[in-house]
Design a protein around this ligand. Structure first.
Ligand code: PMP
Length: 376
């Protein structure tokens, strides 16, 4: 099997699993326990916290550990909307956001004024539209750092600079897909979310990073872990593994990305002249989104799966709904292009043999589908 669905989840690295096992065996204690084992575990927890903040260039921020990005998004978005409603009602999000952002905000639709910032044809937030929509009523802006469908990197630093002039606005960034793939400047971000399993850590660990801890309103109440902001016995093995995984994925990142860029280009060059296939523009080297025009993405994914190639429809999270994918729609794709689209997502260990097999597999399916396909 060749795994090319890394935007859905990655295989944990050997080093991350080693940390996970080691901590599970030797420091399995509750970090809130007072005995020596508990205190040693708490020290390790703080070391992991510091390492993650340092890796992200956010040492002046604070971090609470969560179960993943969905939880982090829920905590910060619910908390901020409820806190800020007395100051204004407008919430701005990009058209590209993940359901764990949009679905939370939509729960407040009767109380807020939700506006979507337009996307350019390049798949990035339209800054002119953002500026036009910014007024005294805006309380919250939420933008993902790297899109999970086409891999476009959003101008987070620039947005942070713009929002600095709006005191009332809280700036949240869902960096779930960006962390471990691209290094961005998050210094002006008020809150950032991430999930370990997207960068070769284990599942069940994530973080919410904030400028000011006081603004977090706990959703999980209980024994007071994480300074009372997220109760529940801390998943220390997964957290230590997350810190390790992040350090390793960030190591020599430019070289790794250059290598993936070449592999990504191989696929694009091979299919460049195929008239019944539409390949979305390249953004992050980890992503290829392409359409078998006239077919259903699901059929293509199943056919590739039969050949031992694991890819996904536009995203694992929206693949079960019948709605057209928001991102592909926002950048101006036709319905038949969106319906026939698949997402191929590389990892840092994707090899050239994997890509050769992918090209062969895509060719096989293209030929199998024959007359079902039509020209773009
Ligand atoms: N945000 C984005 C951009 C994502 O891609 C995902 C994972 N598909 C999430 C949030 C949710 O992450 P998790 O499932 O780890 O909570």
């Amino acid at each position: 099997m060749i795994y090319l669905d890394n935007a859905a989840t990655t295989k944990p690295s050997k080093e991350a699993l080693q940390s996970f096992n080691q901590v599970s065996e030797t420091l399995f204690y509750n970090t809130a326990s007072i005995h020596t084992g508990g205190r040693e575990s708490a020290r390790l927890l703080e070391a992991a916290r510091g390492q993650i903040l340092k890796e992200l260039g956010m040492i002046n921020h604070s971090l609470i550990f969560t179960s993943g990005a969905t939880e982090s998004n829920n905590i910060i978005l619910r908390g901020m909307i409820e806190r800020k409603l007395k100051f204004g009602k407008t919430v701005l999000v990009s058209e590209l956001e993940h359901p764990s952002v949009v679905n939370v905000i939509e729960q407040y639709k009767d109380q807020i004024n939700l506006k979507f910032i337009k996307t350019t044809q390049q798949g990035v937030v339209d800054l002119d539209d953002l500026k036009a929509k910014l007024d005294d009523d805006v309380i919250l802006v939420s933008i993902m750092a790297l899109n999970n469908i086409i891999g476009s990197v959003q101008p987070i630093e620039e947005i942070g600079r713009i929002l600095k002039y709006y005191n009332k606005v809280y700036f949240h960034v869902d960096a779930t897909q960006a962390v471990g793939k691209v290094k961005l400047n998050y210094s002006d971000v008020d809150a950032l979310t991430l999930s370990a399993h997207k960068f070769y850590g284990v599942k069940g660990a994530g973080a919410l990073i904030v400028k000011d801890m006081n603004v977090i309103d706990a959703i999980l109440l209980g024994g007071g872990h994480e300074k009372g902001k997220r109760s529940g016995t801390v998943n220390l093995p997964a957290i230590v593994a997350m810190a390790k995984a992040l350090r390793i994925s960030n190591e020599n990142l430019e070289e790794k990305n250059d290598r993936l860029e070449k592999l990504n280009d191989l696929v694009r060059e091979h299919f460049n002249t195929y008239k019944k296939m539409k390949i979305q523009k390249k953004h992050s080297p980890y992503f290829i989104n392409l359409s078998f025009v006239g077919a259903k993405g699901e059929i293509v994914v199943n056919a590739l799966s039969e050949l031992g190639l694991y890819v996904s429809t536009t995203s694992a999270c929206t693949s079960k709904s019948n709605e057209l994918n928001e991102t592909l729609f926002a950048i101006g794709n036709r319905a038949d292009v969106i319906e026939g689209s698949i997402r191929i997502s590389f990892s840092q260990s994707t090899a050239s043999e994997d890509v050769n097999a992918l090209i062969k597999g895509l060719d096989t399916v293209y030929n199998q589908l024959g007359d079902i396909l039509h020209e773009v």
